[in-house]
Write a protein that binds this ligand. Structure first.
Ligand code: ADE
Ligand code: ZN
Length: 326
């Protein structure tokens, strides 16, 4: 309908996107064939049927397995290039893209393989249509802090290409405080900070991310609603929440899109934004996430406008670059 056409045509920003979560089944199958790897799927249909999740962990198991087809520089180039083409398609003029180095280094694939692949695609998109994007290096919270510290150290030759550090993977049992030291080290290196919190985990994890990790943004954060003091804090501080509607329903954080609280968070005055998370696994890129809330929530044009405006303001782009769009 009309609202959808209007949103699709607006210049938008993506702030919560895992590049490994943009691996489409056709690229996965092609890379498995290229590297002669056995997949437990006979065809694309079977891959898509496997994307039926109970919770965050059941998704993560399939997501880490899928990433195992990524082996050489060109694979990472293809992965990034395919995602950046969807940015052009969706009118995503600026994207802050997360990657999980440990998913690859644990398999013996180093920064010298994936970083050149990512950078080549990003430079090409910048040259061909002026795509703006930057990288967020995300630590896997189910691994130790020592492993995150080693990852930060291994990233040293590429620090100029990395804007921020993040924290993702299984939330429950892995509170933000576990990573206090490595986030402090990242801050001292001049890196910005984000962390997944309050997706499956309780509001206390959002407090932990704010206090122990000194984050600029909270990824997800939807469970903040359970703590009125936290909500008051977030209204006052304007820490952005990078909310991912399709992800939250696919992973059963909310039973149905009609129950999603993003509109409530926005109306309370929190700095909420709309994002895609893992588009290949959750059924859609950024426009699809906007379409899902248009279809299922009583959202009006001015609220959509606010969400889009928030995503520019919540981004790490320079103030000068923001002015160009706002
Ligand atoms: N890694 C990729 N997507 C994630 C999510 N939604 N939550 C935690 N870790 C993730
Ligand atoms: Zn995420």
């Amino acid at each position: 309908d009309e609202l959808k056409h209007w949103v699709a045509s607006l210049p938008k920003v993506e702030l919560h996107l895992h590049i490994e979560g943009s691996l489409e089944p056709d690229l996965m199958m092609a890379l498995a064939e290229k590297h002669q790897l056995e997949l437990p799927y006979a065809n694309i249909e079977e891959v898509k049927n496997a994307y039926d999740f109970e919770d965050l962990q059941s998704f993560l198991d399939i997501y880490y397995f899928g990433a195992s087809v990524l082996k050489d520089e060109d694979d990472f180039y293809q992965l990034m290039w395919s995602y950046l083409l969807t940015c052009k398609e969706d009118n995503v003029v600026h994207a802050e893209i997360m990657f999980d180095p440990q998913t690859h280094t644990e398999r013996g694939i180093g920064f010298d393989v994936f970083m050149p692949g990512f950078k080549r695609a990003m430079q090409q998109a910048q040259q061909e249509w002026g795509q703006s994007c930057l990288l967020i290096m995300s630590f896997l919270r189910h691994l130790t802090e020592q492993s995150a510290i080693e990852t930060l150290q291994a990233s040293t030759p590429y620090l100029n290409d990395i804007t921020a550090v993040g924290l993702d993977s299984g939330e429950l049992g892995n509170p933000p405080e576990k990573f206090t030291k490595v986030f402090k080290m990242a801050k001292e290196l001049g890196l910005k900070r984000v962390a997944h919190a309050g997706e499956e985990g309780p509001p206390d994890y959002v407090w932990g991310a704010l206090k122990a990790l000194d984050v600029h943004r909270i990824d997800h954060g939807v469970r903040s609603i359970e703590d009125p003091v936290l909500i008051a804090f977030l209204i006052d501080s304007q820490h952005p929440l990078t909310v991912c509607p399709l992800s939250n329903t696919k992973l059963k954080v909310f039973k149905h899109m009609q129950h999603h609280n993003v509109l409530q968070l926005l109306d309370l005055g929190l700095m909420a934004t709309i994002n895609a998370d893992d588009p290949s696994y959750f059924g859609g890129y950024l426009n699809d996430n906007y379409f899902a809330i248009i279809d299922h929530l009583p959202i009006e044009k001015h609220q959509l406008e606010q969400l889009v405006k928030n995503s520019f303001n919540a981004s790490f782009m320079s103030e000068e670059h923001k002015l160009k769009w706002l």
